[in-house]
Ligand binder design. Sequence first.
Ligand code: TTP
Ligand code: MG
Length: 654
Amino acid sequence: MGTSSEGDRPWQSYNTVYTNAKAGMDGVDKEKVQRIVYEMSKGSKYFENEKRKEAFIKLKIESLRAQVDKLTDKDVSHFQMIANKKILELEASRDLSKVWLHTDMDAFYAAVETLENPSLRGKPMAVGGLSMISTANYEARKFGVRAAMPGFIACKLCPDLIFVPTNFEKYTFYSELARKVFRRYDPDFISTSLDEAYLNITEVCINREISSDEVACELRNAIFEETGLTCSTGVAPNLMLAKVCSDINKPNGQFILPNDRKAIMTFISSLPIRKIGGIGKVTENVLRDVLGIQTCEDILQNGAFLCALFSSCSSDFFLSVGLGLGRTDTPDIKMRKSISSERTFRATSDENFLFQKLADIAETLSNDMKEKCLSGRTLTLKLKTASFEVRTRAISLQKCIHSKEDILSCASRILKAELPLSLRLIGLRMSQFSDDKNSHVDPMQKSIVAFLSGGDANSSPTLPKKQVCLEVGDKLEDHDGLDFSEGQSKQDVELDFRVADDHTGDKNDDRFSLLCDSHCSVSRSIAENFKMNDSYLDESKPNKSVEPDELTYSVERLIEEVGLIWVDDYICSVCGIELPPNFIEERREHSDYHLAEMLQKEESSRGRAHLAQERFVRKVGHNREGTRKKQKCPPNEVKHIPIEAFFTKYKKNS
Ligand code: TTP
Ligand code: MG
């Protein structure tokens, strides 16, 4: 962030996700982008929030530096021995027998829109709107325009930018076409978002006696033939490296890393740590500023310090990155946790229409359940109101049901209690199936924690969360393992990613706190802002120092209650932007963005305290005593100042 020591170019140290390069942004004038982003944000609540985050990272860095300074030579050689031992053990686990391919569509949403409207070809365009864009084509990226950037900043960077609204149905359609191709190569492929997947192509290479290079080429051609869209692929011995590789020759390219230790170590040696999934801005800054680590090779050279400063889990993770190790197996996930169906439509309060939709959904759900021989006891109704507020209401039944009539009868009762309402989406989800031996955790099921870590998910002790379960080859974003009715959001999944191999139960675990800092920093800022604006947080423990998991959990709840949840683990309930679960940093940034917007609304209604209070209660859905209130007030009662005005207003005043 800008300080006096940065003289007249404070933007040079202003790094948000907007200034972070994506594929196709190599030649971009980074300083110009930084300056524009800085100038458009300066003085805003968003900017203040960024500053708070920076301050938090600085504190973390200072404290770690102090720890380094205290280490004696004897300490260092002790930790060097520990590091050497770990490296030997990790090295012994190296598996070079698998060939993994990661594939990622190029400028996916933008490419779909261009396919359907060829007049967009060659012109800078972004999918989204003035408040937020989902992605930009490669022409727009040359100007520094990128996904997760507010559209009004993108306009400033590229005045000729064309905006196209998002159309999720289209992207799902093309994604399904691509998945049909993936299945030919690996029926158990792992899909992590609509546009990317991991395929184990080991057997294809062996059975057809062709190289991984040829498979990658063939697959890309097949995807192009089926969809008319290009993708990029990476091939490597593990999932972590395959993902890094698919980004190297983007767009419409491929990169093959051979199953050879020497080749891997050479590749890894100059690789910036930020390229590794799971290493975000906070970790990058901390490792760089405390130990001077920039590349994966630097990690190995700092093994002793990493072991001294961080927990065993964290240092294992860092060292495995330094050795270019990653998962090599497909998760063995057999059981489904829930099944759902939903429909989106133009917002309406016509009750005949809504009940007809409900009947259609109940029929689809019932048919799907019959097909899979399922019968369930918990029915959840999901509603999205005209103002994008998402509500879920769950009902637990005495017996398991699966027929359309039974489902509809229960669902109708729940829906009736919510009406009158103007709705744009209705969904039904059935869970707690009759063959669930243990209603919450089936030992056969693995959470994403286990999937990424290869460990035992059920032993992950730190977070009070449920588990998300997948079926082999099923798509991540479609799964409903979490029960919203119990006050948990699917953002837990992101935390799982971050604490992937933390099974120690040690709440002081450094890696946990380090890797969760990014969450906590947002979390804290949200919490702090709430403290400033309304003492929402539990007043019985105002000065308690909160454990990271506890803090994160309470803020997860807070975010959910102020309205931001990731519907279907994909769609922001506040603005409708789609943001896959693996875009951890973008999601964090996005939450901050809404936080800033929300604070702006708070400010704009200052002086009308009674209105603000009413709105706050309405938004949060709770009164002070914590009982849920039904939302009945019309949504636009309080004047809404658009986010772009919010940014500029503060600039003028500064
Ligand atoms: P990405 O694969 O990250 O981006 P991309 O496919 O647009 O471009 P490329 O892979 O060539 O770099 O994301 C896939 C889609 O996910 C993207 O087209 C739109 C959506 N998305 C969002 O909605 N919000 C985001 O912040 C990001 C990063 C992506
Ligand atoms: Mg992509």
